[in-house]
Design a protein around this ligand. Structure first.
Ligand SMILES: NC(=O)c1ccc[n+]([C@@H]2O[C@H](COP(=O)([O-])OP(=O)(O)OC[C@H]3O[C@@H](n4cnc5c(N)ncnc54)[C@H](OP(=O)(O)O)[C@@H]3O)[C@@H](O)[C@H]2O)c1
Length: 287
C-alpha cells in the first residue's frame, strides 16, 4: 500500500439534516435565536419564521435568508415550533395553532410566565412542550436559558432543545416550579446589571470625570470582572477580597454599600420580581 492509498478520502457527503425549526414571532428574541442557529450551521432552508409585518419579514429574509411563511405552513412543515410572541399575544396564536399540529410537533415556548400546562390544554392531544426562560444577551449569543419539560416532553425533546439553545448561550434544565425564581434571577438579571452600571457611571460624573470616560471605565471593569468570574471559577467573595486591602479604598466603599443595605435590597428586589412572575402566571391558570 502506498502513502497515497492511506490518505483518507475527503467526506463529500452532505451534513445531516437538522430538524426544521419555525420561529413564531420574529421580534428581538426570535431573530436572535434564528441568527444563533444559522451561525451554528443551520441552513436557511431549515429555518422558517412567521411575522405579522411584511416589511419586517422582508428585512429578515434579506438579512438571514430564512423563509417567511404563514402559520399553517409553519405548522405543517416544521419539526419544532418556537413560540416567541409576547405573552399578551398568545391567545389568538394558540387559537389558530390548535388543530394545525399533532403530537409529532415539538412546541418550545420562550414566553415569560406561561406554564406548559396552558399550551397542553389549549393545543390538546399529547403535545410535547418545553418551556424556556431566556434573557436578552441572546442577541449577542450570550444568553442564559433555563428549560423545563411539560408532561408530554421526553428526554429526547429536552436534549434537542438544549442543542438548539446552545447556539445562543448557556442552558440549564430546571423543574418548572422553579421558573418564577429563574425569571426573577436571570430573566430580569441583565436589567439589574444595567442599573448597577448606570449608577456607577453617575458616580463617575459626581467625581468630575467626563461621561464618555466614566462609561468606558465602568463598562470595561464590569466586563472584565464578569469574565474573570466565568473564567477563573473563583467564588465572588474570593475575588472581591483580593481587591479589598486592609485600610484601603475598597473597604470604605463596601462599608457604605452595607450601610445602605444594598445586599438586602437585592434579596428583596429579586423576591419581588419572583412574586410578580407568580402573579402573572396565575392570570393564565384557567384560560
Ligand atoms: N426580551 C426579553 O428580555 C425577554 C426575556 C425573556 C423572555 N422573553 C420572552 O420572549 C418572547 C419574545 O419577546 P421579544 O422581546 O422578542 O418581543 P418582541 O420583540 O415584541 O417580539 C415578538 C414579535 O412577535 C410578533 N407577533 C405577535 N403575534 C404574532 C403572531 N400571531 N404571528 C406572528 N408574529 C407575531 C410581534 O409583532 P408586533 O410587533 O406586531 O407585536 C413581534 O414582532 C416574549 O414572550 C417574552 O416573554 C423576552
Amino acid at each position: 500500500m502506498t502513502d497515497r492509498d492511506s490518505v483518507p478520502e475527503a467526506d463529500t457527503s452532505p451534513a445531516p439534516a437538522n430538524p426544521v425549526v419555525a420561529v413564531l414571532g420574529a421580534g428581538k428574541i426570535g431573530e436572535a435565536l434564528m441568527s444563533g442557529l444559522l451561525h451554528s450551521g443551520y441552513r436557511p432552508e431549515e429555518l422558517l419564521f412567521t411575522e405579522r409585518h411584511p416589511e419586517r419579514a422582508a428585512e429578515l429574509t434579506e438579512r438571514l435568508a430564512a423563509r417567511h411563511v404563514e402559520l399553517d405552513e409553519a405548522a405543517a412543515t416544521a419539526d419544532v415550533l418556537v413560540v416567541a410572541v409576547k405573552p399578551q399575544d398568545i391567545d389568538p396564536l394558540l387559537e389558530r395553532l390548535a388543530g394545525l399540529i399533532d403530537g409529532r410537533t415539538l412546541l418550545v415556548s420562550l414566553c415569560a410566565g406561561l406554564p406548559t400546562a396552558l399550551f397542553e390544554r389549549r393545543l390538546g392531544g399529547a403535545c410535547p412542550v418545553v418551556r424556556v426562560m431566556p434573557n436578552t444577551p441572546m442577541v449577542i449569543g450570550e444568553a442564559m436559558c433555563a428549560i423545563s419539560p411539560g408532561s408530554h416532553a421526553t428526554d429526547a425533546h429536552v436534549k434537542l432543545v438544549e442543542q438548539l439553545l446552545s447556539s445562543v448561550g448557556e442552558v440549564v434544565s430546571i423543574p418548572e416550579e422553579k421558573q418564577d425564581a429563574v425569571t426573577a434571577l436571570s430573566g430580569s438579571g441583565p436589567a439589574y446589571v444595567f442599573f448597577l452600571v448606570e449608577a456607577m457611571i453617575d458616580a463617575g460624573i459626581l467625581l468630575g470625570l467626563p461621561r464618555n470616560v466614566a462609561e468606558k471605565l465602568i463598562i470595561q471593569s464590569t466586563y472584565g470582572a464578569t469574565k474573570m468570574l466565568a473564567e477563573t471559577g473563583e467564588h465572588p467573595v474570593t475575588l472581591r477580597e483580593a481587591v479589598t486591602s486592609p485600610g484601603g479604598t475598597t473597604i470604605n466603599a463596601i462599608r457604605e454599600l452595607e450601610n445602605h443595605g444594598v445586599r438586602a435590597a437585592f434579596l428583596s428586589a429579586i423576591e419581588a420580581a419572583r412574586d410578580r412572575s407568580v402573579e402573572l402566571g396565575k392570570a393564565h391558570e384557567d384560560s
